[in-house]
Design a protein around this ligand. Sequence first.
Ligand code: FAD
Length: 380
Amino acid sequence: MTVSVWQADDSQPIREVDLLVIGGGIVGCTAAYFAQQAGREVLITEMRDLALGASGRNAGFMITGPDTYYHHAIEKYGHAVTREVWAISEQTHRYWRGFAGRNQVPIRECGSLLLAESAHEARDLELAARALNADRIEVEYLTRDPLQRGFHGAIRQPWDGAVHPVKLTEAVFTESGAALVTNNEVYRIEQTKPGVVMVYSRLFRFQARQVMICTNAYAALLEPYFLGKVIPTRAQVLATAPLKQSVLDTCGYSDYGYMYYRETFDGRLLLGGARNQFKALENDTHDDRVTDPVQRALEAYLKQRFPDVDAPVERRWAGIMGFSVDGLPLVGTLPDKPDVGFAVGFTGHGLALGAATAERAVDRLLKGTHAGAVDASRLG
Ligand SMILES: Cc1cc2nc3c(=O)[nH]c(=O)nc-3n(C[C@H](O)[C@H](O)[C@H](O)COP(=O)(O)OP(=O)(O)OC[C@H]3O[C@@H](n4cnc5c(N)ncnc54)[C@H](O)[C@@H]3O)c2cc1C
């Protein structure tokens, strides 16, 4: 964001901070947690409020794995990176379960089904299952639709689950022990000398030893380094009124992840996706209003696959995800600001990859440790 001389004349009070995290989503809170564990004093600054970005608007799926089916990920990223991303995902889920367990966060150990919308997708799922099994990841490939809703086959991942994303973010924040300043957008970051970073925001000029950017979809609005590397991408969801009878006891994920559905903890059917049908509208936008074309597509899908649901649609919402240019999160420090780290570009998989990536981002900033598969140095 840019700011005029009328809006900010640099008269805001200076506030000294040890480590400043920008962004109060699940990733910012988790980065704050790991930094605090490493003995740092952390303050999070957030332009709206905790979990008001994608972290409070997602479907709450904890699905293990990368952004694409496993064998496709091997083709795209190579075998070693794909295995490492799987491990990051497993580690992330261990962390979420820990936070959830200690803080009474609703979590359902319901597993997930990756479902085939077509015979072609079924073939792909079978290949994915084979590649997973070859790596000793014991998924089950089902040739018949376990839901009996017209799918062509499925992979069952019994270890996956569904969580309440806002309560999870709040739990991580509480455990982080970090201070929080809300309603405080950051608009400029300057590294003045080693160990001194000036961060200009609405309420304060922060003087921080180190900074961690966790603004995901909004990263390029803050730092030009992220232009073309993190692309804001809208995702939309609807939720019915509470159902009289449950229709789904798992997380369903189909059309290569472009459609997803689960029941909420209060018994609504939540259904999201369809953005692949309207890419020109849904990509490269920070506008989090819902749109008619996507909502109509979601309703049509609801009728097609869940004709037994007669509860009306009661809520519709959208959120902005940060898609990285190659589909993997980006961890590193800014080339011209060595004390400014970042963990962004979660590509719609923050609950799959967020915690262990945030941990690596903190290690990268504090100790200079290479972040492996998620290290942004891969982009050159
Ligand atoms: C509809 C939808 C469904 C999804 N479903 C799933 C799912 O089921 N499973 C899954 O793994 N992922 C899912 N995702 C993706 C997931 O929500 C994200 O990957 C994750 O929330 C990213 O977390 P974050 O903290 O990086 O980003 P965010 O939660 O977006 O947090 C970034 C924060 O930075 C703040 N900010 C931005 N710029 C500034 C600034 N200049 N100054 C101060 N603060 C700033 C924002 O206000 C925001 O709160 C979904 C996303 C959406 C939108």
